[in-house]
Ligand binder design. Structure first.
Ligand code: NAP
Length: 281
């Protein structure tokens, strides 16, 4: 019988802990507040923004949306971020990405104050992770995958974990987080040969391709633990993970569903980092 690793229970536990921490902050006259910087009106940004605000409201985290002209220059955006850096009422900030093409993301990444950078854009925050220091901010998606493993008491020490993604927002930081827990980590990508042979030998497989139903049972064994990070649409417009869930879920040891798995923890991770920023600023 497979175990389905749902994200909502993980998010609920984190939220309970956060409520206590926010109450403590309020007792000490501090109020966590997230500044949301949105350039333009992209519908997916607006929808994500609504979900963040709803979650913040439910926990007692204040939000302020700064809607900016999508045509603003890199210098103008950097100046605005500097203002938020100096604004003591804002504990943390996020910016919807990708930024418009004319904006130099390198400049922006380096402008945001590392102690308010809850989306882990600043190179210093990423560097900490690569140095094995997990005490700061982390990109939300890999951190959500780690929280699911942790919540379910899945032992990582000495385990063979295969991450199929080498991006700076998912695969590489996730590999560092797993390494810090003493897992033996293999990173795979589009040029990897014999992927099936590699995933079948792993204790834990973490795909993050963005290719719906790519991973059939040929890639797994009945002992596989799968944390499916991929999210994309099937041809008939349904949300799907990278794993062919219908045909795999009851044949492996453990698996996260999509939707309802990693994605349902990521916003909570972001909010957790807002509370952390308020505690530490
Ligand atoms: P990305 O930069 O496009 O990375 C995709 C990775 O998959 C790359 O490393 C790519 O290899 C690899 N890949 C593609 N085809 C492959 C194949 N046939 N065999 C093996 N590896 C292959 O995307 P991303 O921004 O990291 O996001 C990855 C996925 O995570 C997307 O589905 C996205 O929806 C999902 N995501 C989920 C959440 C969440 O909350 N659950 C949040 C963010 C992103 P190369 O490097 O060689 O190209």
């Amino acid at each position: 019988m497979s175990q389905i690793l749902k994200g909502n229970v993980v998010a609920a536990k984190l939220k309970e802990e956060m409520k206590e921490r926010i109450a403590k902050l309020n007792e000490n006259g501090k109020q966590p507040k997230l500044g949301i910087v949105r350039l333009g009106n992209d519908p997916s940004d607006v929808s994500y923004e609504k979900s963040i605000i709803k979650n913040c409201d439910a926990l007692g985290i204040e939000t302020e949306v700064f809607e900016k002209d999508a045509n603003m220059t890199t210098d103008e955006l950097a100046d605005f971020i500097s203002e938020l850096n100096d604004n003591d009422s804002i504990s943390a900030m996020i910016m919807f990405r990708p930024l418009p093409k004319h904006i130099d993301e390198e400049v922006i990444r380096n402008t945001i104050k590392p102690s308010k950078d809850v989306d882990c854009m600043h190179p210093l925050n990423l560097e900490k992770i690569f140095e094995g220091d997990m005490s700061g901010f982390a990109p939300a998606t890999p951190k959500a995958a780690m929280e699911i493993l942790l919540y379910n008491n899945i032992d990582l020490e000495g385990k063979n974990v295969v991450v199929i993604n080498r991006s700076m927002v998912v695969g590489k930081p996730l590999a560092m987080m797993l390494l810090e827990k003493n897992a033996t980590v293999t990173i795979c990508h589009s040029r990897t040969k014999d992927l099936k042979e590699i995933t079948k030998k792993a204790d834990i497989v973490i795909p993050a391709l963005g290719k719906p139903k790519f991973f059939t049972m040929d890639y797994f064994t009945e002992e596989s633990i799968i944390i499916d990070v991929g999210v994309s649409m099937t041809e008939d417009g349904k949300l799907s993970g990278d794993v062919d869930y219908e045909n795999v879920a009851d044949k492996v040891k453990m698996i996260t569903p999509v939707p309802g798995g990693v994605g349902s923890v990521t916003t909570t991770i972001l909010l957790n980092q807002v509370v952390y920023a308020c505690e530490n600023n």
